[in-house]
Design a protein around this ligand. Structure first.
Ligand SMILES: NC(=O)C1=CN([C@@H]2O[C@H](COP(=O)(O)OP(=O)(O)OC[C@H]3O[C@@H](n4cnc5c(N)ncnc54)[C@H](OP(=O)(O)O)[C@@H]3O)[C@@H](O)[C@H]2O)C=CC1
Ligand SMILES: CC(C)(CO)C(=O)C(=O)O
Length: 349
């Protein structure tokens, strides 16, 4: 029944959730976990070769996975879920290049935008060698408690669609709802997956990018929970001009893309509407500590290159200056904390 097994690379919080959800819903589906470190083989044995997901305090352990050490793996990969952090994507996909081809599908489940362009140009520069690319926008909240256990802390939904990189032609598969990987995922009750057209996917990706470009860096440099970004007057003062930059860049991108995608709803990315949307999400996730704040606090690399730096880069293509985004990129990269009284000096507002 299942002719095309699934491989998962990036067995972190989301990788575990996706593998566990697929196993639970499709007990017969062959699922292979791809380990990039030899130590994961020992961790896997210690975990009893199970993935544990804890939801509402209840633990559920799923077994029956295959695993491969990436360097030793052989054979075609038909379906791949890539759940690495954005900045680790090219390094994760490159060793799999010879195993992926035009009849493979790769689903990227990541925040931000830009990884598919990098994978296209740095790994699959020949269009004839390129797999189908899907992107998943994940609105769930999951965190890992050990190498093969995680807590499904805030369930919401996943949106999946076909995507084309800006350096390639239009998506090979116009709709995700004929793709087996997308269909298997959409069967999983835990994931609440919606399959959408490439146009709608882009629209939702840009909405999520806007949210992440405001809440993530501001919560990180001021070291506050999400809700404080919209409550604290000095931080709020940055939100409006920051959104004006984001809006100008996204509208320029859409004007270009709308030649091909006229279903994108006009006006959604106008500054006022975008501000309302971003603050609504901020209110819903007010008590969350953003992923960027957590990364910065832990001294880890952040995903700023795929969020605000992406906006700065796109802005340059359209001749749009983005000084606030540039400042945020710099501060986050320097892991610099800012106090309320430093706002006017640092941001010039
Ligand atoms: N967690 C969440 O709730 C959500 C996350 N996201 C996004 O999803 C993406 C993944 O996030 P998350 O699961 O939290 O991240 P994690 O850091 O938990 O997982 C990433 C995993 O990728 C592994 N990895 C790193 N380099 C490679 C490589 N070269 N080959 C294979 N695996 C590699 C890491 O292993 P190692 O331990 O060696 O670093 C780690 O296990 C991010 O873009 C994030 O923003 C989006 C929405 C919600
Ligand atoms: C929506 C938000 C800001 C929730 O915390 C998020 O996606 C993140 O932290 O990366």
């Amino acid at each position: 029944m299942y002719q095309s097994p699934i491989h998962v690379i990036g067995i972190g919080s989301l990788g575990k959730l996706f593998a566990h959800s697929l196993r639970k819903c499709h007990p017969e589906l062959p699922i292979t976990l791809l380990f990039h470190r030899q130590s994961l083989v020992d961790d896997w044995d210690k975990a009893g070769r199970c993935i544990e997901v804890v939801r509402d305090g209840k633990s559920d352990r799923q077994s029956g996975f295959n695993y491969e050490y990436v360097q030793q793996g052989r054979g075609e990969i038909r379906n791949l879920i890539c759940a690495t952090k954005t900045y680790g994507t090219v390094d994760a996909i490159r060793p799999l290049k010879e195993r992926l081809g035009p009849s493979s599908t790769v689903l990227f489940v990541q925040n931000g935008i830009g990884t598919i362009d990098e994978v296209t140009s740095q790994v699959f520069s020949q269009p004839s060698s390129r797999p189908n690319f899907l992107a998943g926008i994940v609105n769930h909240g999951v965190y890992a408690t050990s190498p093969f256990s995680c807590v499904f802390a805030s369930p919401y939904n996943v949106v999946i669609g076909s995507v084309s990189s800006s350096t390639s032609e239009s998506p090979k598969s116009k709709v995700a709802n004929t793709n087996p990987l997308a269909l298997w995922l959409s069967d999983c009750p835990n994931l609440s997956t919606e399959l959408v057209s490439p146009e709608k996917l882009l629209h939702i990706q840009l909405m999520k990018l806007s949210v992440n470009a405001v809440i993530n860096p501001l919560s990180a440099i001021f070291d506050v929970l999400n809700g404080e970004v919209f409550r604290r007057t000095p931080i709020r003062a940055i939100v409006r001009p920051l959104i004006a930059e984001i809006s100008a860049v996204i509208e320029a991108m859409l004007r270009l893309k709308c030649l091909h995608a006229d279903s994108i709803v006009a006006g959604t990315f106008a500054p006022k509407n975008l501000e309302n949307y971003v603050s609504e999400v901020g209110a819903k996730a007010a008590k969350n500590s953003s992923s960027m704040r957590q990364d910065m606090r832990a001294g880890r690399r952040t995903e700023i290159d795929y969020i605000n730096a992406y906006i700065v880069k796109q802005g340059r293509n359209f001749g749009i200056e983005c000084p606030l985004n540039e400042t945020l990129v710099r501060l986050v990269k320097e892991k610099r904390l800012v106090t309320d009284s430093q706002v006017s000096g640092v941001f010039g507002i």
